[in-house]
Write a protein that binds this ligand. Structure first.
Ligand SMILES: [Zn+2]
Length: 114
């Protein structure tokens, strides 16, 4: 499962950062997740609950997900539009010459200790 790999990646990063900052237990981890990043928030939360129980430092840690809405830019008419709704074809001029401006992100935003 893709989400489980993502969770292990977060746990590794947070454990490392926690040690560097002298934290013995983490209260919450905030991640920013693009809506077309391919990671499903519900799956991520389920994997999180399962995986953190098996760690020391993150046992009580809550996962906070901040979504980043996906936006696509059209090179032909300079429109910016909702990627989830319209996909790769510009709804203003029907051009396929578009690229994703944001929405593919996956970032650890904040780590809070107790
Ligand atoms: Zn367009």
């Amino acid at each position: 499962m893709h989400e489980l790999g993502v969770v292990f990646h977060i746990i590794d990063d947070v454990t490392e950062a926690g040690k560097e900052n002298g934290l013995t237990s983490i209260a919450s981890v905030t991640v920013r997740l693009g809506t077309v990043s391919g990671v499903i928030p519900e799956y991520l939360e389920n994997c999180w609950k399962w995986a953190v129980k098996r760690t020391e430092i993150l046992k009580e840690a809550e996962l906070i997900i901040e979504p980043i809405e996906a936006v696509t830019f059209c090179e032909d008419c300079n429109a910016e539009y909702d990627t989830v709704k319209y996909g790769r074809i510009c709804p203003a001029c029907c051009s396929p010459n578009t690229y994703l401006l944001r929405g593919n992100e996956f970032l650890i935003e904040e780590i809070a200790g107790f």
